[in-house]
Design a protein around this ligand. Structure first.
Ligand SMILES: [Ca+2]
Ligand SMILES: [Ca+2]
Length: 268
């Protein structure tokens, strides 16, 4: 029986197995049931980054969303459609209480700032960007990338549905022990004009890029102002302050940002 149990554990290393029933050998008496649960192995290099969203910013480097919005956050990553066209299968069984929204974390090649790999990830209220495996392992602290070559340097990019994307000022050697801090404008390519000054030394992605193309313009105003208005408690891209409603509060976030232009390498 012990030998059979050991064998079962070995052959199930890469799979999720539950409630397996093991039959005893003919010479043994009776049967036994094994309940074996083995988590899918997470592989790749762990990339750590911290960023804030202007629309969800609270105070002291923290973000907050309304319960109405929180309950509308989809369980599957929302970046399938244009302009992202990201087909990743990231999903969660439930929302962690400190989740703000989904973001995309991307790794770009150092030589030509071309895209290497994209991952959808959870943005937490303290700005941490974490893998979907955070649900089962809250200590994960970053996002796993499969194409990253360890101890090599890359640019990092953070994208959000309706905030202007940003790219790291310099390359980052991955995996990185400490999170790359996008809340400091000195770490953002293009500097202070690329982010919103939230006070107390904190900077956040600029709200209002409805089209998510890396430029905040009248196109985004038209996205904000489109009719009909969505019903209350909707997860929509013209809700810039993430309160699940489209109101003048969203326009007031857009207006001062309406001439911002993102870095060419990451515009759509
Ligand atoms: Ca835009
Ligand atoms: Ca809103």
């Amino acid at each position: 029986m012990k030998k059979l149990s050991t064998l079962l554990v070995f052959i199930c290393l890469m799979a999720m197995v539950s409630n397996s029933t093991a039959l005893a050998q003919a010479s043994c008496v009776g049967t036994a049931t094994l309940n074996v649960t083995i988590n899918t192995c997470v592989t790749g290099e762990l990339v750590k980054a911290t960023a804030l969203l202007q629309g969800a910013y609270s105070t002291g480097g923290q973000m907050q969303v309304s319960s109405g919005f929180f309950n509308q956050i989809p369980l599957t990553q929302p970046y399938q459609s244009a302009p992202w066209g990201y087909g990743g299968s990231e999903s969660i069984a439930s929302r962690p209480a400190n989740m703000i929204d989904w973001v995309l974390l991307e790794v770009y090649n150092a030589a030509d700032t071309s895209l290497l790999e994209t991952k959808a990830a959870l943005l937490l209220n303290n700005g941490s960007i974490v893998d979907v495996s955070y649900i089962s392992n809250p200590t994960v602290g970053g996002v796993y990338f499969q194409s990253v070559v360890a101890n090599s340097a890359y640019y990092l990019v953070v994208r959000h549905r309706n905030h202007m994307a940003i790219i790291s000022r310099t390359t980052v050697t991955l995996p990185n022990a400490g999170a790359y801090n996008f809340t400091n404008f000195n770490n953002v390519m293009g500097g202070a004009p690329q982010v919103a000054n939230m006070g107390s030394g904190y900077y956040a992605l600029l709200a209002g890029d409805y089209s998510a193309n890396g430029i905040i313009s009248v196109v985004d105003y038209n996205g904000y102002a489109q009719l009909p208005l969505p019903p209350p408690n909707s997860y929509v891209d013209n809700d810039f302050n993430l309160d699940a409603n489209v109101t003048t509060a969203d326009f007031n976030l857009y207006r001062p940002n309406s001439s911002a232009i993102g870095m060419p390498a990451i515009r759509y």
